[in-house]
Design a protein around this ligand. Structure first.
Ligand code: MG
Length: 306
C-alpha cells in the first residue's frame, strides 16, 4: 500500500463559488475579487470563480458577470483557469457575453435531488446540459462536468451506479474534458470510493475524473487517500473549508484545501501551493464571513506555523 503514489496532484479550488454559495453572509464584489487573486497567487491555478444564475435564486452569485469582468482584465490572473458554473442556456448566453472561456455544467445521479435542486429530472437536466454545451462547443469553450450525489442522496439514500455510468458516458460524448464526482452529503467511505472507481475504470481513463469530497462526517481524508492509491490525481477542495452543508446544519461541507495540501505535502506529493499565502487568503475570506475554518490543519498552522 502507498507504494504507487504520484509525484504531484491537480487541485480545482471551488471556494469562491461552491464554498461561498453555501455561506449565509453576503460577500462584496471587491472581497470576492481579492480572494480569487490571493488564491491564484497561492498557486491555485484552476479556480471555480462564480456562476451565471438568476440573481433572485442565488443572491450570493448575483454579481457573476461583474466579477468575471474584473477577473478577465487582471494581468496577474492570465494563467489562471477561471471556471463559471452554468445552469441553463440563459446562463450560457450571459457567460458568453461576459467572455468566459471555461464553464462547468452539473447534474445528479438522483432524480429527487435534481428535482429539488433544479426542478428537472435527470434526463431533463441532461437535455439542459446539451443545450448549454451545444453553444459552448461551438465557441470552443472548455466544459467540466459535475455529478452530485454519486455516493448517496439526502432524499433517496443510495444512488445507482448504472445511472452514474450512463451520465458519465453522456457527458463524455458531449465533450466535457473532465468529470467531478461529488460526495454531496459527505457520506462516502473508502470501500465505496474503491467500488465507484473500479467500476468507472472499466469504461474511462482515471485522469478523466476529479474527486469532490465533503468532510461532513470526517472521512474526506480517508476517501482522498483511497482514490489516490487507486490512481486518481485530481481533487476539488475549498480554501479554509468554505461552504457549510445544507443537508446537515452546522456541519462542514467541502474538504478544506489546506487539509488536502497537508495530506499531500506530508507524503512528498507536490500541489503547487504556497501554504503561507493560502492561509492568508482563507483567513481573509473567513474574517469577512465572521466565522472559523473547520480545517484541522489550518487551525494548527495558524497557531503553530507548521
Ligand atoms: Mg461541494
Amino acid at each position: 500500500m502507498l507504494d504507487n503514489l504520484p509525484r504531484s496532484i491537480r487541485i480545482v479550488e471551488v471556494g469562491p463559488r461552491d464554498g461561498l454559495q453555501n455561506e449565509k453572509s453576503k460577500v462584496s464584489l471587491e472581497d470576492k475579487f481579492s480572494f480569487i487573486k490571493q488564491l491564484s497567487a497561492a498557486g491555485l491555478l484552476e479556480i471555480e470563480a462564480t456562476s451565471f444564475v438568476r440573481a433572485q435564486k442565488i443572491p450570493q452569485m448575483s454579481d457573476g458577470a461583474e466579477l468575471f469582468n474584473l477577473l478577465k482584465n487582471d494581468n496577474e490572473l492570465k494563467k489562471t483557469k477561471l471556471i463559471s458554473l452554468i445552469p441553463n442556456q440563459k446562463g450560457m448566453d450571459d457567460a458568453l457575453k461576459a467572455g468566459v472561456e471555461d464553464i462547468a455544467v452539473f447534474t445528479s445521479t438522483s432524480n429527487t435531488f435534481n428535482q429539488k435542486n433544479i426542478n428537472a429530472s435527470i434526463d431533463e437536466s441532461l437535455q439542459r446540459i446539451k443545450d448549454v454545451m451545444d453553444i459552448a462547443n461551438k465557441h470552443k469553450i472548455r466544459t467540466r462536468g459535475y455529478i452530485s450525489t454519486v455516493f448517496g442522496c439526502p432524499y433517496e439514500g443510495s444512488t445507482s451506479l448504472e445511472e452514474l455510468k450512463r451520465i458519465c458516458h453522456f457527458l463524455k460524448d458531449m465533450g466535457v474534458y473532465e468529470i467531478s464526482l461529488g460526495d454531496t452529503i459527505g457520506i462516502a467511505h473508502p470501500k465505496q470510493v474503491c467500488n465507484v472507481i473500479e467500476l468507472l475504470k472499466k469504461d474511462f481513463k482515471l485522469d478523466f475524473f476529479s474527486m469532490h469530497f465533503h468532510d461532513t462526517r470526517g472521512l474526506a481524508m480517508a476517501n482522498i487517500l483511497t482514490a489516490l492509491e487507486l490512481g486518481v490525481t485530481s481533487f476539488d477542495s475549498s480554501a479554509g473549508g468554505l461552504g457549510g452543508c445544507p443537508y446537515a446544519l452546522g456541519a462542514s461541507g467541502n474538504v478544506a484545501t489546506e487539509d488536502l495540501y497537508h495530506l499531500m505535502s506530508s507524503m512528498g506529493i507536490e500541489t503547487g501551493i504556497d501554504i503561507k499565502k493560502l492561509s492568508c487568503a482563507s483567513s481573509f475570506i473567513l474574517s469577512k464571513l465572521n466565522r472559523e475554518s473547520p480545517s484541522k490543519f489550518l487551525k494548527a498552522y495558524l497557531s503553530s506555523g507548521y
